[in-house]
Design a protein around this ligand. Structure first.
Ligand SMILES: Nc1ncnc2c1ncn2[C@@H]1O[C@H](COP(=O)(O)OP(=O)(O)O)[C@@H](O)[C@H]1O
Ligand SMILES: [Mg+2]
Length: 371
């Protein structure tokens, strides 16, 4: 039995299925991130866990007990919202302690818990201030403090950093990871930002259109996505996709033609059947522009395109290229000689090419080398 179990949870609003048969187990102490595009159902799934809304079918259990009929205040969960949701007329102290006061907690205990939370969050000197006298980051800390003093079994964060500027977001990310380490408690964190998810999660749960796409450690999802959606969503800049057509397949390899290709390509992915149209996925970092006169390495992917623009960021250069059939491609290059808007030849090792079927499923092949 896992600490928190979501079993076959579905939720519809009218005719729209917002969560479609979600099953997920979370262990005690894990930092799990729900990530996916806006509208994919992340907040709705959090609301099912905390009890602000209930599923049409399926169950949510914490420590073996079904929560569906338990009211939110009794679930041992605490939620932190993007909007902070602070009371403007109350001091930070009163905001942090509000839930405890409502529960008639003894004043000395309230004081102890607020002081402890304020020390962790570096709010000690700000407790007398009202929300309008606090910066965005400080307000978010007050909202987190309000969750901490309740000593929940599970913290639920719904895009808590989205209203902060980029620099503060990076800082708060580190602070939340540290908070998780110190409190050693289960945290579920929702974001639409895959970089936030990659940097914070023990495990990421990728959602799209109400369906769970894949669950795993960030780098496992990056290296070994189950489908085109995950492949395209995780990683920045995103994976390139080239249309391809299988022209031959045997037990150990697949031969195909592809957009921009200079000849048939053989990939070490065996046993594909009934797949004529496919897509090849290659990350920008695995592509390289060939120098003038340089031959592509043997058994590599090779194709041609035209440079449309170049982004030089100092540590990395992104070269935007368009293939004959209009497919846009990004190549990540080191700092090198200036690249003009010209025709270029591009290459990648075959071992870095992923194959996807037309329905988006990853084609790993029978020999399991499709990685
Ligand atoms: N109370 C509601 N009534 C009708 N539709 C809703 C309601 N809450 C959410 N939705 C819809 O459900 C979908 C998922 O919403 P949400 O869980 O908030 O997505 P996310 O948090 O991933 O952006 C959206 O299309 C949204 O418009
Ligand atoms: Mg949301």
């Amino acid at each position: 039995m896992a600490f928190l179990e979501i079993s076959s949870v579905s939720k519809s609003f009218g005719a729209v299925k917002v969560l479609d048969d979600i099953t997920l187990e979370i262990e005690r102490g894990e930092f799990v991130v729900f990530v996916g595009p806006s509208g994919c159902g992340k907040s709705t799934l959090l609301r099912m866990i905390t009890g602000l809304d209930s599923p049409n079918s399926g169950t949510v259990s914490i420590e073996g007990k079904v929560m569906n009929d338990i009211e939110p205040a009794k679930r041992g969960t605490a939620m932190v919202f993007q909007s902070y949701a602070l009371y403007p007329h109350m001091s930070a102290y009163d905001n942090v302690s509000f839930g405890l006061r409502m529960a008639h907690t003894a004043k000395t205990l309230i004081r102890q818990r607020v002081d402890a939370a304020a020390a962790i969050l570096r709010l000690d000197k700000l407790l007398h201030r009202r929300p309008r006298e606090l910066s965005g980051g400080q307000k978010q800390r007050v909202a987190i403090g309000r969750a901490i003093v309740r000593e929940p079994r599970v913290f639920l964060f719904d895009e808590p950093l989205s209203n902060l500027d980029a620099e503060l977001r990076v800082q708060m990310r580190a602070e939340l990871i540290e908070l998780h380490r110190r409190l050693d408690v289960t945290m579920i964190y929702v974001t639409h930002d895959q970089i936030e998810a990659m940097t914070m999660a023990d495990r990421m749960v990728v959602l799209n259109a109400g369906r769970m796409q894949q669950v795993g450690r960030p780098l496992d999802l990056y290296d070994d996505p189950d489908n085109r959606f995950v492949a395209g969503f995780v990683g920045s800049p995103r994976m390139n996709f080239l249309a391809g057509e299988v022209v031959g397949a045997d037990a150990t390899s697949t031969r195909l033609l592809h957009a921009g290709g200079t000849g048939p390509l053989t990939l070490p992915i065996g046993g594909l059947q009934g797949q004529l149209k496919v897509e090849i996925g290659v990350r920008p970092d695995h592509l390289r522009i060939l120098a003038d006169g340089e031959d592509p390495p043997p058994a590599a992917i090779a194709f041609t395109g035209r440079v449309t623009f170049v982004e030089e960021l100092g540590n990395v250069t992104y070269v935007h290229i368009v293939l004959d059939d209009g497919t846009p491609i990004v190549v990540g290059a080191g700092r090198g000689p200036r690249i003009g808007t010209d025709d270029v030849r591009i290459t990648a090792p075959v071992g870095h090419a992923l194959l996807f079927a037309q329905d988006g499923c990853r084609l790993r092949g029978r020999n399991g080398t499709g990685k």
